[in-house]
Design a protein around this ligand. Structure first.
Ligand code: ASP
Length: 324
């Protein structure tokens, strides 16, 4: 038996104990929440949350809930910011980014995907059926087609019209509107208290061809740790990518921060890291859920709404913000 195998076997015999000693769980955990909950970005999230709750009531787990919620948004052919109805890149092609992460730490992500209606389902298939985490572009499309996702040539007439108007000036300025964004990030806890998350978007409108934002990037646009909590993001992806915000929020919750304080701290960190940029030129928005079922949200600029289903009720709430 080679030395490496011997080492791995003796390590396995020790169980998870040595790992735990390097990863102290700093916060004393309270009782986990087992009533089920869903939280998602923006007021359109109510639609996603409704689909997720239906799945929960039919016996689905947290992964099924977030997949259903995200797919509901991708199914709307008039939605200009998610799915095939989304505004195109600067060359006129709608390209899609999505990811999922589940309660046992699995993750799947698809970037720069074209002509497939449900990127989030492709991300889930990558997680469940391939040995990989991320597939991009033509390879991702090929994987989707091979796994039974049909090619879909749909083009949203409204998005095409907006693109033709944009072409008249072709101003390439990746500035994101403060109150109206592109991404559905959805976090769910099922009745066992297990957490999962998903994120799906057509990304920044009129983006450079090939551009990928934070939304499909595990740790930036989404992160789930079933021992601690989950977090997701919307806003100018470049700022969120630089600060690895979703992973940061989960790690802050591990240290005892409430979801709200984790969101606030992560926003402050993002602003600091992106301080070479003009803060007036971007928005970033976060939501987080703890294992105890607490929910938090925060953004750089005012105007960020988020949708919650908890205790049998739907609510649209407005997050606090760093700037007023
Ligand atoms: N985060 C998305 C992106 O950068 C856009 C958004 O959420 O508004 O692609």
């Amino acid at each position: 038996m080679n030395t490496r195998r011997k080492f791995l076997q003796s390590f396995a015999a020790l169980g998870a104990l040595p790992l735990l000693s390097f990863m102290p769980n700093l916060k004393k955990r309270q009782k986990k929440y087992t009533e089920g909950l869903v939280v998602s970005t923006w007021n359109f999230g109510v639609k996603a949350n409704t689909a997720a709750v239906k799945i929960m009531n039919d016996g689905g787990n947290a992964l099924d809930m977030v997949t259903a919620g995200a797919m509901e948004m991708e199914s709307d052919p008039t939605e200009l910011t998610i799915g095939l109805g989304g505004l195109p890149d600067r060359e006129g092609h709608t390209t899609l980014d999505a990811c999922v992460m589940d309660s046992i730490g699995r993750a799947g992500s698809v970037c720069f995907l074209e002509k497939i209606k449900h990127p989030v389902a492709v991300a889930r298939a990558i997680m469940e059926k391939s040995p990989h985490v991320v597939l991009v572009g033509d390879g991702a499309q090929q994987f989707a087609l091979q796994n039974g996702f049909p090619k879909d040539e749909y083009q949203n007439p409204e998005a095409q019209k907006a693109y033709r108007e944009w072409l008249e000036k072709s101003e390439y300025k990746p500035i994101i509107n403060i109150e109206n964004h592109d991404t559905i990030g959805i976090l769910a806890m099922d009745k066992k208290g297990d957490l999962s998350g998903a994120c799906t978007t057509s990304g920044l409108s009129y983006k450079m061809r090939g551009r990928v934002g934070d939304s499909p990037i595990i740790g930036a646009g989404l992160y789930v740790d079933n021992e601690v909590g989950a977090a997701t993001a919307s806003g100018l992806g470049e700022t969120i990518l630089r600060s690895c915000s979703s992973f940061l929020m989960v790690e802050l919750m591990r240290q005892g921060y409430s979801p709200l304080n984790a969101c606030k701290e992560a926003i402050q960190r993002l602003v600091k890291i992106n301080s070479f940029m003009n803060i007036g030129d971007y928005q970033a928005c976060f939501i987080a859920v703890s294992k105890e079922g607490e929910i938090g949200a925060y953004s750089v600029h005012p105007g960020f709404t988020y949708s919650v289903w908890k205790n049998g009720e739907h609510q649209v709430l407005t997050a606090g913000s760093l700037l007023s």
